[in-house]
Design a protein around this ligand. Structure first.
Ligand code: PEP
Ligand code: MN
Length: 351
């Protein structure tokens, strides 16, 4: 598995030459205190805002500012692109690192156009998760850029839009990037805690969770004076605050000798094999019961029976909140599938 080796910082948006340069200069000054060197300096040039009346980015004029940052501080530059014209402009200024925003990521037609436009261009493409929690779409987008021959494709986890009010701006739904890791262990995942949090309070906590899960990098919005920022004011850190935050994170080592865990892993594999066999046996018994219920024309749901099953389980519960929640979900799934199987048998030869 890949280590933690991507670190991206920079403002939400490029606003002026001074703001871009000053942010980069301060990042450069603090960079000795960073756990790894800055992989990319980020800055949005075109901003996908909800309202046309909001600051929508300065556009092409920002590129010479970013080139100056690259020249003076040796930070590779990355920008968000959302249409093929943006890619042409990146090529014009020799910017080869781009990211796909969460809103763009919901449209496969646009993603395909973008993938076709980067073909042969030697681009690093960071694919943010779509705003909706759709893992297949996220993976599909990654594959489109891989097929187009991108130099490198990375995933960026920035959380998922939710209608209900929450302390976080976007729901992390960690199970989705974790499933991405399981399905595509070869794709590095970068966490963007700034857009998940939407404020500076939770950035550290979210970054630590991402590191604990073994994600491979962080993208953190950084501005030389956040209170004057024209977008995402609440969530941007100064380079100084960023350095403090990074110094408080606990980075994991990935060099644990495998044999240290061999015994426990073997035992767990054996238990899992037994659970799987027992579950099949349980399903066979459910089928027998279903046939009897069918013959006798009995209803499929028998609440008193099911309550006994639940009580039986609870005797063995550990009674810690996490385990209890798991057990509840597990039992509900077990019942659901048992009923589904019984339905199937009930309908056999009925039509
Ligand atoms: C951004 O990175 O500034 C941005 C607009 O992100 P997202 O697409 O995740 O909202
Ligand atoms: Mn932003």
């Amino acid at each position: 598995m890949q280590p933690f080796n991507y670190f991206i910082a920079g403002p939400c948006a490029a606003e002026s030459e001074e703001q871009v340069y000053e942010t980069a200069r301060q990042l450069y000054e603090h960079s000795k205190g960073f756990p790894i060197p800055l992989s990319f300096f980020r800055a949005g040039v075109w901003k996908p805002r909800s309202s046309a009346n909001s600051f929508c980015g300065v556009g092409e004029v920002a590129f010479p500012w970013l080139q100056r940052v690259e020249k003076d501080f040796h930070f590779p530059i990355c920008v968000e692109i959302a249409n093929t014209q943006h890619i042409e402009i990146c090529q014009k200024y020799n910017i080869r690192h781009i990211w796909i925003g969460a809103r763009t990521a919901v449209n496969p037609f646009i993603i395909q156009d973008l993938a076709d436009a980067i073909r042969g261009g030697n681009f690093t493409v960071m694919v943010k998760n779509p705003v909706i929690p759709d893992l297949k779409l996220w993976i599909g987008n990654i594959e489109r850029f891989e097929k187009a021959g991108a130099a490198q494709v990375l995933a960026v986890h920035r959380g998922f839009a939710e209608q209900k009010e929450n302390v976080l701006r976007n729901a992390p739904l960690w199970e989705i990037p974790i499933e991405l890791r399981i399905q595509r262990p070869d794709i590095p995942i970068i966490c963007d805690p700034s857009h998940i949090a939407g404020n500076t309070t939770y950035i550290k906590q979210i970054s630590q969770i991402a590191i604990d899960y073994g994600f491979n990098g962080l993208m953190i919005e950084t501005h030389c004076s956040p209170t004057k920022a024209l977008s995402d004011q609440q969530q941007q850190l100064t380079p100084d605050e960023l350095q403090t935050l990074l110094s408080q994170l606990i980075f994991k080592q990935n060099n644990l000798p495998d044999n240290l865990l061999r015994k426990q892993r073997t035992l767990i594999r054996n238990i899992d094999a037994q659970i799987s066999q027992l579950l099949s046996k349980r399903m066979e018994l459910v089928e027998e019961i279903a046939k009897i219920k069918k013959e006798r024309q009995m209803p499929l749901i028998q609440p008193e029976q099911w309550n006994q099953v639940v009580n039986n389980y609870q005797q063995y519960a550990h009674h810690d909140p996490c385990f209890d929640e798991f057990l509840q979900k597990y039992l509900s799934l077990l019942h659901q599938y048992s009923l589904l199987k019984q339905q199937e048998i009930n309908h056999e030869n009925n039509h």
